[in-house]
Design a protein around this ligand. Structure first.
Ligand code: ATP
Ligand code: MG
Length: 343
């Protein structure tokens, strides 16, 4: 394992989570699990995306609470502030500066075609703000401000990463210098993950599908209730029947939190057309509780310790700004905007 002496050679990693509510199983398995593993071998910057949350949550009454909660959850899930840089996006003004500059290289047509923009236009037709349109540019700035190459994210972010590569390369070509490397979405070992909602309609989410999402602060009874309500049917009528999506989803969730023998048991029961979904869901709910409860309790304790959280935010912002300022210097130089230093 590398130590401080080799840290400058480590690959740079950036990722963030929006401060729009409580983290859920999708955030954990799509993103956080990778963060925790990456902290040992990469130079990691993980942030709380408070600016991004304003695109869909303009009411800021709950924002401070969400920012503290996400930070507490980062640490409760196993991130060590001594190993990774944890910070709040709005503490780094260089991100906003880079966003402004990259906006000049992003075109309305390509932004309007982004799947997440089209979804949001459908979901909030009364608030199609410019921030929503330029969300991929802000996300690009989050990544490129540290010149990161790996971005651990869930499947829903794949298209945004492609756009980040385009914007970065466009900058390099436009200004004739290789300021930015190409960042790629990252997941250990296999393809990017999408944790489905319990009702099978879309993904688990902080802002949508809330009764069909398992949150990392759900109490045991609520977890049982949500899992027991997950959609099933009367079961397969013949051996080795293909699985409907909603049953496939239950097995996917089971593979995340249950041990091999439990998974094998219910897979065999399905293939023998002898499965009892009530039993399967009971087992799944108990395994979910075993997984979620320790994170929930630890995050609740951390959330109370505001002094500690503020210290982490402060120190994280200091470290992140050093890296961000160095990038902005390169950017201004490439653009010929470092006026006072020109000979
Ligand atoms: P919101 O509904 O407010 O957008 P969200 O649940 O989509 O919240 P984000 O903050 O947008 O969460 O995303 C944080 C990270 O979690 C991203 O890397 C995203 O890809 C990942 N993620 C979110 N939901 C899922 C999911 N259901 N499965 C896998 N990864 C997910
Ligand atoms: Mg999201």
């Amino acid at each position: 394992m590398s130590n401080g002496a080799t840290s400058s050679k480590r690959e740079i990693v950036v990722s963030g989570i929006r401060s729009t509510g409580v983290l859920h199983l999708g955030n954990y398995f799509g993103a956080m699990r990778n963060y925790v593993r990456m902290q040992e071998d990469y130079d990691c910057y993980f942030f709380i995306a408070d600016w991004h949350s304003l695109t869909t949550h303009p009411d800021t009454k709950g924002l401070s609470g969400s920012v503290h909660r996400v930070l507490a959850e980062y640490i409760a899930c196993g991130l060590d502030p001594a190993k990774v840089t944890l910070y709040v996006q709005s503490d780094i003004p260089e991100i906003a500066e880079l966003y402004l500059l990259l906006n000049m290289l992003a075109y309305k047509g390509e932004l309007e075609k982004t799947a997440s923009f089209k979804d949001k236009v459908r979901q909030q037709p009364e608030n199609v703000n410019a921030g929503l349109l330029t969300y991929p540019v802000l996300m690009t700035s989050d990544i490129l401000v540290h010149r990161a190459v790996k971005v651990p994210v869930g499947k829903d972010q794949e298209q945004h990463l492609e756009m980040a590569r385009n914007f970065g390369q466009r900058f390099n070509h436009r200004y004739g210098q290789e300021v930015f490397p190409e960042p790629y979405a990252f997941n250990f070992g296999h393809e990017l993950l999408k944790v489905p909602s319990l009702d099978g309609a879309g993904k688990m989410s902080k802002s949508e599908n809330q009764m069909a999402t398992l949150y990392l602060n759900d109490d045991d009874d609520l977890i049982r209730k949500k899992v027991m309500k997950a959609k099933t049917d009367a079961g397969p009528t013949a051996p080795n029947t293909p699985m409907p999506d909603y049953i496939e989803n239950l097995f996917l969730l089971m593979r995340l939190v249950s041990d091999d023998s439990t998974i094998l048991h219910y897979t065999a029961a399905y293939n023998d057309a002898a499965i009892r979904y009530g039993d399967m869901k009971k087992a799944l709910a108990e395994d979910m509780i075993r997984f979620i409860a320790p994170i929930r309790e630890s995050a609740r304790e951390l959330e109370k310790d505001k002094g500690y959280l503020h210290k982490v935010m402060r120190e994280g912002a200091e470290k992140a700004r050093i890296s961000a300022a160095a990038t902005l210097q390169l950017v201004r130089h490439a653009m010929g905007m470092d006026y006072r230093f020109l000979s």
